[in-house]
Design a protein around this ligand. Structure first.
Ligand code: FCB
Length: 447
């Protein structure tokens, strides 16, 4: 049988993604910078110059153009823009404006995240997302950004994976501010939703003021993974599954639709302006969680609940499970707005990145299946463009299409960098699969 190439819509966005704290370097007025310097990161790492995108962005955008990527997701760093309360840095705003101009020049579409887990130190010192003024402060910062950058942005992402700073920062206590308090977590939940509404309001107002000809695309990048019980007949494992699925995947997204705060974060109270305050949904999909009774007691981490034995895992220890991507896209399509894959990717430290190539092709094939089945998916941002500061893991985990040469920080493409650009251009062809990921050929086209 003839093996048909797997092709994608012509106007599809083929992007890559970073968070600026992780890639730009020297975000010195932030809470994470302080946290890193307290020795909280694996092997005592600090973000330092990170991938030095702060200085090398022109070279980076030239590379993206050369490799054929036509989208880029990045964040603006609040700590750079407002290093002290009420003092806005013209230098930082100009920097981001120059970054956007450079992307324009290279025909790269911009997905801009306004909050990707990092706060200015002054906000954190005043109580972070639990402070009574936090939403007001966030709104004022967003206003500055929007007034300056509105014309350059194609896709606004107000918050990145809000459940991560919530659970890691206020329940597990492993991210700043290292709290373990349910009442505080509930306050953060509410304030993050309110922060999203505030940002949505600012962007809409600016759009109206400028008489923009189309509605701005505004959404959140949600962490949604595929969750299942190891043994559905075991009532305890089934309950664990339901609980994780709700808390990890569904609670925040469903709040955006209903406009309410559900139990256990609240008692159904409404947040003004929240219901339907999005015009796309961002999906960050990485892995399958097969949940079982914890391997050790008391469980310390999510990992203690995961069953991965004998399965294909990535460099993060999570299971690579492409069919789960399809299921997650199906669930997210239920919100009746276009979807953008704001993150998907694989840790693979090998310069030859065989694992990443397999992961990428298999996940993109599932995305294609979803599009073919009628789901409205408009773009994909591969995490990540380049190796960067991976939070608690420091620089140990390598998620980049490009590696960093130690010492010089020169950009070294991995084979997946070329492969991804070729997929962006021609789709997934049998020739490409034979060259880059031969082990996947039968899965895609049969014998
Ligand atoms: C996501 C984060 C991103 C990066 C990837 C690997 O959860 O949004 O910053 O750490 O995981």
């Amino acid at each position: 049988m003839e093996k048909e190439p797997i092709t994608f819509p012509d106007d599809f966005i083929w992007g890559t993604a970073v968070c600026s704290h992780q890639a730009e370097g020297h975000n010195v007025h932030s809470d994470w910078w302080e946290f890193e310097h307290q020795g909280k990161i694996k092997d005592g790492a600090v973000s330092g110059p990170a991938a030095d995108m702060l200085n090398r962005y022109p070279e980076d955008f030239a590379l993206m153009e050369q490799y054929g990527y036509n989208g880029f997701r990045l964040s603006v760093e609040w700590a750079r823009i407002e290093p002290e309360q009420g003092r806005f840095s013209e230098e930082a705003l100009l920097h981001y404006e120059n970054v956007m101009k450079e992307m324009r020049k290279r025909n790269i579409k911009v997905c801009l995240t306004l909050y990707h887990w990092v706060l200015p130190k002054w906000v954190a010192d005043s109580g972070g997302w639990t402070a009574p003024g936090c939403v007001r402060w966030f709104q004022r910062y967003v206003r500055r950004v929007v007034q300056r950058l509105f014309p350059y942005v194609d896709l606004w992402c107000t918050l990145n994976e809000p459940t991560a700073p919530l659970f890691a920062g206020y329940v597990a206590g492993v991210f700043p501010p290292e709290k373990r308090s349910w009442p505080l977590a509930c306050r953060v939940y509410r304030n993050l939703l309110r922060a999203h509404v505030a940002a949505h309001t600012e962007i809409m107002q600016e759009s109206e003021k400028l008489g923009a000809d189309k509605q701005p695309l505004i959404g959140i990048a949600h962490a949604i993974n595929y969750v299942e019980p190891r043994n559905p007949d075991n009532p305890v494992e089934s309950k664990i599954h339901e609980f994780f699925d709700f808390m990890h995947n569904r609670v925040f997204v469903e709040s955006m639709k209903t406009g309410c705060i559900p139990f256990p974060f609240g008692i159904g109270e409404k947040i003004h302006g929240l219901a339907g305050s999005y015009s796309y949904m961002g999906v960050n999909y990485y892995y399958r969680m097969t949940l079982q009774l914890p391997k050790k007691w008391p469980p310390g981490d999510l990992i203690d609940f995961l069953y991965v034995e004998g399965r294909e895992t990535t460099g993060m220890g999570y299971e690579s499970f492409p069919p789960g991507f399809y299921e997650v896209l199906k669930y997210m399509s239920g919100f009746d707005v276009p979807l953008y894959i704001t993150e998907n990717g694989c840790a693979d430290a090998d310069q030859d990145d065989v694992l990443r190539r397999r992961y990428l092709v298999r996940h993109l094939a599932q995305m294609h299946r979803a599009i073919k089945d009628g789901m409205d998916i408009r773009g994909y941002f591969q995490w990540s463009y380049i190796d960067n500061f991976e939070w608690l893991y420091g620089f140990e985990k390598k998620l980049g299409l490009f590696a960093l040469e130690p010492g010089t920080l020169n950009r070294i493409p991995r084979p997946s960098a070329t492969m991804y650009g070729r997929i962006a251009k021609n789709g997934i062809t049998p020739g490409l699969v034979r060259e880059f990921a031969p082990s996947v050929e039968t899965e895609l086209w049969g014998e």
